[in-house]
Design a protein. Structure first.
Length: 172
């Protein structure tokens, strides 16, 4: 069960939802497909971790008129991170997201993506920013599918549509 189904529905009734132009997006290197509300910008940035630098691949869409941003990211786990228990890595992702917006974890539950272990969670901060995330580990990679907004009211049913459309193109 998706823990945030009711929240975006109520928000959309109060706020209204801009019409978005949903398009299929395929990343051959990322080995995924997803329906996005606009053509994403792609970037690769280097992230420093306790295990050294890693390349984080990001696909970002922030359609005109939409108060929310849509992001998919993935990175290959370092050999040391790949040996760590999956729960420790996923809990670190959740807590890191909360630290990243100087906030706290509002909801978190175990989930899976096509049989791979993950977490569905939301983080928020005192200023009202909110990030909904579906994070999981598959084939030596950490994937994150996120919707973020500076105001929780901006999270609409489109967030659930986006997160639910993500599919890996890989065999287990």
């Amino acid at each position: 069960m998706n823990i945030w189904l009711a929240f975006p529905t109520i928000a959309s009734l109060l706020l209204g939802t801009p019409q978005l132009n949903w398009i299929p997006f395929h990343s051959r290197d990322g080995r995924f497909v997803v329906t996005m509300p606009d053509t994403p910008r792609e970037r690769v940035k280097t992230i420093m971790t306790v295990h050294g630098p890693i390349a984080m691949h990001e696909f970002i869409a922030r359609p005109n008129g939409s108060p929310a941003g849509y992001l998919i990211s993935y990175n290959t786990l370092s050999p040391a991170a790949a040996r760590r228990p999956v729960d420790i890595t996923l809990n670190g992702v959740v807590n890191g997201a909360a630290r990243g917006i100087k906030g706290h974890v509002a909801t978190c539950c175990r989930c899976s993506q096509q049989g791979f272990p993950g977490r569905d969670f939301t983080v928020t901060n005192a200023q009202g920013a909110l990030c909904m995330s579906h994070a999981f580990i598959a084939n030596g990679r950490l994937y994150q599918v996120n919707v973020w907004a500076l105001d929780a009211k901006a999270i609409t049913p489109d967030a659930t549509k986006f997160i639910g459309s993500f599919k890996l193109i890989t065999r287990r």
